[in-house]
Design a protein around this ligand. Structure first.
Ligand code: 4NP
Length: 159
């Protein structure tokens, strides 16, 4: 089983979308038995709340349901998950700062897997709806490549 945690600031816009898109890709390839997927925020601003309606809407346009409930990252996440995937460099810095010693998760930026390159998935919270379409496309490209890479790793590990 490979476990993946997507992380942004509020866990209501970007990481819920990445969580839902990655889950959708896993299902499309009938790989559900091999992946555990979750998302979280570096803040507790929206803890207990649903995803932003604009993330839910942009995913729905693509036939994907966003059902996450916001939660804050906790120190155990750095060991319970195999991969912790940050949406932007600020998230990455915050995760590095809160990472306990001995943590085992691989900590990376999502856009390391974007075939078009780039670093941050920009925060669409204060922008217009167009920002959510951009984020959706970026997250989809990156999650497709990420799943390819994780599947290659799984195949070579023989799991
Ligand atoms: P997210 O977007 O990190 O992609 O979920 C944000 C959501 C809420 C806030 C900032 C970013 N906020 O400041 O409340």
């Amino acid at each position: 089983m490979t476990s993946v945690l997507f992380v942004c600031l509020g866990n209501i816009c970007r990481s819920p979308l990445a969580d839902a898109v990655f889950n959708h890709l896993v299902q499309a390839r009938s790989l559900e038995a091999h992946y555990t997927i979750d998302s979280a925020g570096t803040s507790a601003y929206h803890a207990g709340g649903p995803a932003d309606p604009r993330s839910i809407a942009v995913a729905r346009k693509n036939g994907i349901a966003v059902t996450s409930v916001s939660r804050k990252v906790h120190s155990g996440d750095h060991t319970e998950f195999d991969w912790v995937i940050a949406m932007d460099r600020e998230n990455l810095r915050d995760l590095e700062a809160s990472r306990p010693s001995g943590a085992t998760a691989r900590l990376v930026l999502l856009r390391e897997y974007d075939p078009e390159g780039g670093e941050d998935v920009p925060d669409p919270y204060y922008g217009g709806p167009n920002g959510f379409d951009i984020v959706q496309a970026m997250v989809t490209r990156s999650c497709e490549r990420l799943l390819d890479v994780l599947e290659e790793a799984r195949a070579s590990a023989g799991s």
